[in-house]
Design a protein around this ligand. Structure first.
Ligand code: IYR
Length: 221
């Protein structure tokens, strides 16, 4: 690793007015992102996925360890296998494991154990967190892995949105079945599944609202 420091050059220099305009525009753009569960099978270029993943890889991480691995699935048989295993877990979750309160909270989202997006979407990104590194047969620590991989997934979602595509942050529980399917090394754990594609032409989304500024922020002036 190169330990030298290099000068930081701001990527833009703008006045306050432009800053205000850009911050508002960015918010309005981000606010158009919605989780979409009805994803079409229309293909998307692999290069777009590569750019999206490179964006995710720009996330800050504990000690710059970049503790993430993205398994990118376009193989239809593998998608089928993931869907089958995920739906088996979801069926148990919806019929046995989830509390009454949890199911009530999910009511507005109208989710159920069926996960058609896992076979419909042209790409399924299975995100693994790397809880430590193995180099020359020795374990090396990673830091703030949960936070780091969460940030990478946030950027991943923003990059997907920016490309005009949609996704759903899918976290089946438990996710052990992904360990078996992907046979990843012992230092990796499944973190999240992010299918990517175009929204179905007739896709519907729940009519839910975001909190207002005063509900999410407290200013100490
Ligand atoms: N993993 C399940 C249940 C689920 C849980 C939460 I919290 C959600 O916000 C949405 C769904 C499923 O995907 O159906």
């Amino acid at each position: 690793m190169n330990k030298a420091f290099i000068p930081y050059t701001p990527h833009i220099e703008i006045d306050k007015e432009e800053m205000l305009g850009r911050s508002l525009q960015f918010y309005q753009w981000a606010n158009k992102r919605r989780t979409v569960r009805e994803i079409s099978n229309q293909p998307i270029p692999k290069e777009v996925i590569e750019n999206i993943l490179l964006t995710a890889g720009t996330a800050p991480s504990g000690a710059n360890k970049q503790p993430w691995t993205f398994c990118v699935v376009s193989n239809p048989l593998l998608k089928e296998e993931i869907r089958k295993a995920a739906e088996a877990e979801e069926y148990k979750s919806y019929t046995e494991r989830m509390s009454k309160e949890w199911k009530e909270d999910l009511e507005p989202l109208k989710t159920n154990w069926e996960k058609p997006f896992l076979t419909q979407a042209p790409y399924i990104i299975v995100v693994f967190k790397r809880i430590y590194e193995i180099e020359e047969n020795k374990k090396h620590q990673n830091y703030y892995v949960q936070e780091s991989v969460g940030l990478a997934c946030g950027l991943l979602l923003a990059a997907i949105h920016s490309a005009g595509l949609v996704s759903v942050t899918y976290t089946p529980s438990p996710m052990n079945f992904l360990l078996k399917i992907f046979n990843r090394p012992e230092n990796e754990r499944p973190f999240m599944i992010i299918p990517v594609g175009f929204a179905n032409k007739k896709a519907k989304i729940p009519n839910i609202k975001r909190k207002k500024i005063n509900d999410i922020a407290i200013f100490y002036e």
